[in-house]
Design a protein around this ligand. Sequence first.
Ligand code: GTP
Ligand code: MG
Length: 350
Amino acid sequence: MTDAELELTMEEKTEIDNIEVMPEPSFESAAPEAKKVKEEKKPGVQDLPGVGAATAEKLQSAGYHDLMSIAVSSLGQLCEAAGVSESVARKMINAARDSMKMGFETGLDILAKRELVQRISIGSENFNTLMEGGFETGAITECFGEFGSGKTQVGHLLAVNALKADSTATVVYIDTENTFRPERIKQFCDGVGLDHDDALSRIMVAKAYNTDHQMLLAEKVDSLITEQKKNVRLVVVDSLTSHFRAEFIGRGTLAERQQKLNRHMHVLSKIANSHNICVYLTNQVMSKPDQFFGDPTQSIGGHIVAHASTFRIYLRKGKKGSRVAKLIDAPNLADGEACFMVTENGFQDI
Ligand code: GTP
Ligand code: MG
């Protein structure tokens, strides 16, 4: 990135900082305040060398709540957030890394972790078979397809099934296109026999107004878990790319957009991994006019989104109003397709 581009980013940042209308990041829910659970004493940010009360507070407000966030931070980021010198930041990172026992694990350790993975059902047997039981926790699943292909329906249905599977579960829904519909949640609840009010009270919805707001909301998920003690099982971002697409227009802005999107994906992947959460992202497609063979559509966000997603599903409209889900990228599942109909109360196999 050139200096000129960097300056532009900084200017834009200040501009965005100055916008007063940007709403506070908050998730809405009818759920009563979670009772504060008594915390057991674990080494925290304040126990690191060179961290006094003031620095600890700065770190907290910059989103560094635990040792893991320090351990994986870069020197520059930490210096900026804590207002400390590079050598102090290096000591903090090293101490956090030592205490985290980060390093190599045996295949058996990984296998044990894999056993903690849960699968959120989508109701349709065809779709579940495609995903070998459902959408995995601890991973990002991206679903892309043209308008009306059913990406948002999948998000709603997953939310209801996640709540049905665990009566203490909370779902976070980051809505960028204003398409979250409580009425649709109610219909899907009827399909699985779940109480409407109970389900809706456990879905925390936040509308994202622009890319910065969207990124901030994703960062706040961590505090829903650590501070508000919510048992978040699913995070939906619908859609991942619409604001990015609208804000960064033209080829000249591509590098900056991808960089920002990369940071966002990084946060989402950290949420999935560190809290064993299922992250579901929807993505739009654009047409590739120069493509003569095969499907002339391509997902937005390019390699950044594709590589950060563990599972990728391409959703398209099939014959007679059906929908076809095609698994196109998965580390441990065979590629394949599932056909179903979107109905009032869920997905019906054909
Ligand atoms: P964009 O967000 O515009 O890119 O589309 P999307 O992929 O999110 O599509 P969405 O999930 O909103 O799917 C909309 C489609 O779902 C509609 O065209 C209908 O076919 C179907 N659908 C939505 N609600 C109902 C319903 O109540 N009953 C039935 N049978 N189908 C529905
Ligand atoms: Mg949609």
